[in-house]
Write a protein that binds this ligand. Structure first.
Ligand SMILES: [Zn+2]
Length: 637
């Protein structure tokens, strides 16, 4: 197959106007690494294979680093081949690191090592030693977990849950069979654990986010989210950003980078979006998985309907010939160019962004509940920041059901409210904490009953005295929350068959306010919430941020602490949005086009409301548009 790939490559074109001039210098704001799995590294031992294929890759994407994997499945690459490959890359000025995948057979439901087996434990140790002898940096790919349920593992588990057993087991394996033996062989080796994208479920297979980041010198983040619909994981696009931030918050300064593959995409933008979001979260390094996939031909099938309309990823622009430093040109041909082009779209402005900020949301270690929900809220335009410790300093905290894993969570919520702060919990967390102290704050019941709704009533929209009704595009099933009249209040209600239920509910406690957000049974229905409902949720959650974006779901906001922000749309059509900022900001400059937007104050409410609500709005509104699958970068002035 690779021979065939080679034969399709490198048509030099001299006549076409060139839009891109290639220099061998790397990108300004991040390093790019390519990961070569053991099967690829084996091929590097064959005559000319590496030379020819590296030329194809390196002319399309600027790589600074290569990971050479020593072990995957039953393959252990021989030292001679690895040494040859190492020398080749070093001679090109490319940084070299090692990689290990602890699988027995990846293709058989990711069959991992059995760490109850003395033979396999010995093998794991030997692979760590072998790799550490050859490299000063070693990364463990996605499979440093165990899903073995052999007789020995069942016996070793005893009365513990699988989660408890595997968390303890992998902690020990990490210390005793991987890091310690590796350091014994090479005291200078930097051992890095890369975590995959299923963070909500790590503990079930023994990935230990609490102890392993301390055991290893560095961590690394799998930011591949692929297609949110046509994959069995159904990861939301926002996760490529959120998980980077989450792991950075777990090991500040120690999250080495993000890792993206080319799999499971229906249009090329989806690949680029994963790279972009990883970088928007502040990644220092991007790893492109993998060497052979960088050689896959670019498929015309990945051209989308919106390409050719100057969206952030422009298929035709990507296909422009690349002018090399020596004056020759090459025609883009493989996925390496998709990566190179996507990275070039963001390198110019990444240095202008500050530190990412967002609504602090606490997810205790080894917790689960309303799995991956934070990403759906991110997709609704709420800038999220997931943290592993309770963020008592934050003025506003969002808590999903997973917060129930902290046995003192009710006391912590009370502490925030007594201090005059805001806490928003989900209906799922409310349900989990019923009878466990939450009623000490407010007596609510999240029942097992459901309601089906497509109408939402915004009771505080005084433009019509009765409020405004907003329709969702489809029916939404929600849990029914019951409350005691005049003790707590519906902020947003849904209407159905002549009655209604809370969607956003609030209760006073001391000087603070507790909000309960009703989460639809299907999280995807959050995307069907009318824009006006999302706005009201944002008004509460994002009140401490200087910017929010009002519009439909799937328009996302990334906020930085230096008055810069990015608005990115994942919609297939142009979308109108209102950027709402604090009124200390008078103008917005589009960093990419230099266009300057002027804002205006919100429309004056009627006289009778003005009499009632003395305070003038402190917001400015900037009306603008975002193209399909595109981002805009703004600097506040
Ligand atoms: Zn086993």
């Amino acid at each position: 197959m690779l021979t065939h790939i080679r034969s399709t490559l490198w048509v030099a074109l001299g006549l076409i106007a060139l839009s891109f001039c290639y220099s061998a210098e790397g990108y300004e704001n991040f390093k790019v690494a390519i990961y070569a799995p053991a099967q690829n590294v084996q091929m590097m031992g064959e005559p000319n294979w590496l030379e020819e294929n590296w030329e194809i890759i390196s002319k399309q994407v600027k790589a600074d680093k290569i990971y050479l994997e020593t072990h995957r499945d039953v393959i252990l690459v021989d030292e001679e081949t690895i040494t040859k490959a190492k020398k080749f890359f070093e001679s090109k000025g490319i940084e070299v690191a090692g990689g290990i995948t602890y699988t027995i057979m990846e293709s058989n439901r990711f069959k991992t090592f059995c760490y109850s087996s003395p033979e396999q434990r010995q093998r794991a140790k030997e692979v760590a030693e072998y790799t550490a002898r050859l490299f000063d940096e070693v990364i463990l790919d996605d499979f440093f977990f165990t899903n073995c349920k052999c007789k020995s593992c069942i016996k070793a588990k005893g009365k513990k849950s699988w989660t408890q057993f595997r968390l303890g087991l992998m902690d020990k394996v990490a210390r005793e069979l991987i890091v310690k033996p590796a350091k014994a062989v090479n005291p200078n080796v930097k051992m890095v654990i890369k975590y995959p994208n299923w963070y909500e479920h790590f503990q079930g297979c023994g990935y230990n986010l609490e102890t392993e980041p301390k055991i290893f010198d560095g961590i690394y983040t799998g930011t591949e989210t692929r297609d949110p619909v046509y994959t069995d994981q159904h990861l939301q696009q926002y996760q490529s950003y959120l998980i980077m931030r989450y792991l950075e918050n777990i090991k500040p300064g120690g999250n080495g980078g993000g890792w993206v593959d080319t799999g499971a995409i229906r249009y090329m933008d989806r690949y680029a979006e994963q790279l972009w979001l990883t970088l928007f979260a502040g990644a220092r390094e991007i790893t492109l998985f993998n060497f052979s996939r960088m050689l896959q031909p670019i498929s015309e099938e990945l051209r989308a309907d919106w390409h050719g309309t100057k969206t952030s990823f422009d298929f035709d622009e990507m296909m422009q010939p690349i002018k090399l430093e020596d004056g020759t040109t090459v025609q883009p041909s493989t996925m390496a160019r998709a990566a190179g082009y996507a990275l070039e779209q963001v390198d110019d402005f990444l240095g202008k962004l500050g530190k990412p900020i967002g609504v602090k949301s606490y997810k205790p270690y080894h917790s689960t509940g309303e799995d991956f929900l934070h990403n759906y809220l991110g997709m609704c335009g709420i800038a999220m920041d997931l943290v592993p410790e309770f963020p008592a300093d934050a003025n506003t905290i969002f808590l999903a059901e997973s917060a129930k894993f902290d046995k003192t969570i009710v006391d912590k919520i009370k502490g925030q409210l007594v201090a005059g702060k805001t806490v928003m919990i989900t209906s799922g967390l409310l349900k989990a904490l019923q009878g466990k102290g939450i009623e000490d704050i407010v007596e609510l019941r999240c029942t097992d009953k459901k309601a089906v709704t497509n109408e939402f009533w915004h009771r505080r929209a005084f433009w019509g005295r009765r409020g405004a009704v907003h329709k969702s595009s489809s029916d939404i099933i929600i849990p029914q929350i019951m409350y005691l009249t005049n003790d707590s209040w519906e902020e947003i209600s849904c209407l159905t068959s002549g009655i209604g239920y809370p969607i956003l509910h609030s209760a006073d406690y001391a000087k603070g306010k507790l909000y309960v957000l009703t989460i639809p049974d299907n999280f995807g229905d959050l995307y069907n919430f009318p824009a006006e409902v999302l706005t009201q949720i944002k008004e509460v959650l994002m009140k401490n941020l200087y910017v929010r974006v009002d519009g439909p779901s799937q328009v996302v906001l990334f906020v930085y602490d230096n008055d810069t922000f990015i608005v990115e749309s994942f919609l297939p059509e142009i979308v109108d949005v209102n950027i709402v900022t604090d009124n200390r900001i008078s103008k917005l400059r589009d960093v990419l086009s230099n266009e300057v937007l002027s804002g205006q104050g919100p429309p004056e409410p009627p006289m009778w409301v003005r009499r009632w609500r003395k305070q003038k709005s402190d917001k400015l509104i900037f009306n603008t548009q975002v193209k399909p699958h595109s981002f805009r970068v703004f600097k506040c002035e």
